[in-house]
Design a protein around this ligand. Structure first.
Ligand code: IMP
Ligand code: MG
Length: 178
């Protein structure tokens, strides 16, 4: 285990089983849809890659870079699109793939953004959800795991750009950021 990790919250094996469950649901729900998976970079990279390989359906994929965090552990509340999708979302069934929902600001913004661009439907798949910290109500369609109010890293999730390459989700030691 990495020296800055207090505890492994979700092991690699548990992540695999979460991904399989969500992939099966997506296969069922999107069978006759015009699907476009949109990963929110960079945090969703591992989840998106595993999900798109595990599901049986074919889907177009794209990515958005939306930023609401500086280098801290709190959302600033203002969301900016740093990099947009590179294709039209009009008439598409969008599945936003996210690493974790915290305040909800990022997804609230992204759902409204794609709806304004005339997507046919917009759903959300998130690996993790921290509902205790929600500031805006979000309808989430696929949730991997509800977790307590702890700052977690690994499997794509970072703290100040570190720890993304860890193969598990771990709770970061408070001494690292306080
Ligand atoms: P929200 O807009 O507050 O819901 O924040 C969502 C984004 O904040 C996620 O996509 C993550 O990039 C980041 N985030 C929130 N909580 C954590 C965490 O515990 N670890 C790492 N990143 C987090
Ligand atoms: Mg993110």
């Amino acid at each position: 285990m990495h020296k800055d990790i207090k505890e492994i919250l979700i092991s690699k094996q548990e992540i695999d089983s979460i991904v399989s469950d969500i992939a099966a649901k997506i296969d069922k729900d999107y069978a006759d849809k015009d699907m476009l998976m949109v990963g929110l970079l960079k945090g969703s990279i591992c989840f998106m890659a595993d999900l798109m390989k595990t599901m049986k359906l074919d889907s177009k994929i794209d990515f958005v870079v939306a930023s609401s965090y500086a280098d801290g552990t709190e959302s600033t509340g203002t969301v900016n699109i740093v990099k947009d999708v590179s294709q039209s979302v009009e008439g598409k069934d969008i599945l936003i793939v996210e690493d974790i929902i915290d305040s909800g600001n990022t997804l609230d913004f992204m759902v409204k953004y794609f709806k304004a661009k005339k997507a046919k439907s917009v759903k959300i798949a998130t690996l993790l959800d921290k509902p205790d910290r929600r500031k805006v109500k979000i309808d989430v369609d696929y949730v991997g795991r509800i977790i307590p109010d702890e700052f977690v890293v690994g499997y794509g999730l970072d703290y100040a750009e570190d720890y993304r390459t860890l193969p598990y989700i771990g709770i970061l030691k408070e001494s690292v950021y306080s």
